[in-house]
Design a protein around this ligand. Structure first.
Ligand code: ADP
Ligand code: MG
Length: 244
């Protein structure tokens, strides 16, 4: 029995006849920060979405906290409550205040009473530096502020795992740093995270391990040093030459 928090074996995913993930094996330990890099279309988002079964899995297994998500009887809602996900686009509810956005899932899904959810929401807003925005509507926030609210909303469920899919790529450059800082803080607190990113400097600094995906396979993986300073695979060298 593996002790990994996330264990992926022979993961395959096809959309129709298009095989997008061609057999991936990964173990992610508790508290580990894994950054996933690779060209557009290489399957990074699909991989991330398989980790909480937002995609049907074509082959192989994904085991999270010892639960095999490909088992037909698995309680996916329970699994997903433990996995926070943050996307490129924030998907905040526009008709709700910032605080209401954060309180929604704990109240609806965990049946937390509103006072406790509010207190937790305010604590999280403080953590992401947005206490003064509790009553604001999402539309009045900058992109970086919206993304920080989206992270706070994900954290409101007390997830054991956080998944980030290009969380900064829709942001204006001056807002990237404030969002990366929140992710960096989570890493320092020991959150288990899988971070798909095109911020190579960030990956180098924060990752315990970097995975380079190309055409649906893990082409190379290793320490940031190994990936960014000692790339072995020509495909990785070529990718880094374009993005660095
Ligand atoms: P990345 O995140 O690395 O850019 P994706 O995982 O988004 O790559 O996409 C990998 C491939 O899977 C692409 O060829 C894309 O067109 C295809 N794909 C992704 N999602 C779907 C979908 N819902 N239906 C059909 N094809 C998809
Ligand atoms: Mg993607």
């Amino acid at each position: 029995m593996s002790t990994a928090k996330i264990s992926v074996r022979g993961l395959k995913k096809s959309f129709g006849s298009n095989e997008v993930l061609k057999g991936m094996d990964v173990d992610i330990a508790e508290g580990e920060v894994v950054c996933v890099i690779g060209p557009s279309g290489s399957g990074k988002s699909t991989f991330l979405r398989c980790l909480n079964k937002l995609e049907d899995i074509t082959g192989g297994t994904v085991t999270v906290n010892g639960i095999d998500l490909t088992e037909p009887k698995v309680d996916l809602n329970a699994v997903r409550q433990n996995i926070g996900m943050v996307f490129q686009h924030f998907n905040l509810f526009p008709h709700m205040s910032v605080l209401q956005n954060i309180m929604l899932a704990p109240v609806e899904l965990k049946k937390l009473d509103k006072a406790a959810a509010r207190a937790k929401g305010m604590e999280l807003l403080k953590r992401v530096g947005l206490s003064e925005k509790a009553d604001a509507r999402p539309a009045s926030l900058s992109g970086g502020q919206k993304q920080r609210v989206a992270i706070a909303r994900a954290l409101a469920m007390n997830p054991g795992i956080m998944l980030f899919d290009e969380a900064t790529s829709a942001l204006d450059p001056e807002m990237v740093g404030e969002v990366l800082q929140v992710i960096r803080d989570l890493a320092a607190e020991g959150m288990t995270m899988v971070v798909v990113t095109h911020e190579m400097g960030f990956a180098r600094e924060v990752a315990d391990r970097v995975i380079f995906m190309d055409a649906g396979v893990i082409c190379e993986e290793g320490s940031p040093e190994a990936i960014f300073s000692n790339a072995a695979q020509p495909r990785l060298q070529e990718f880094l030459a374009k993005v660095l």
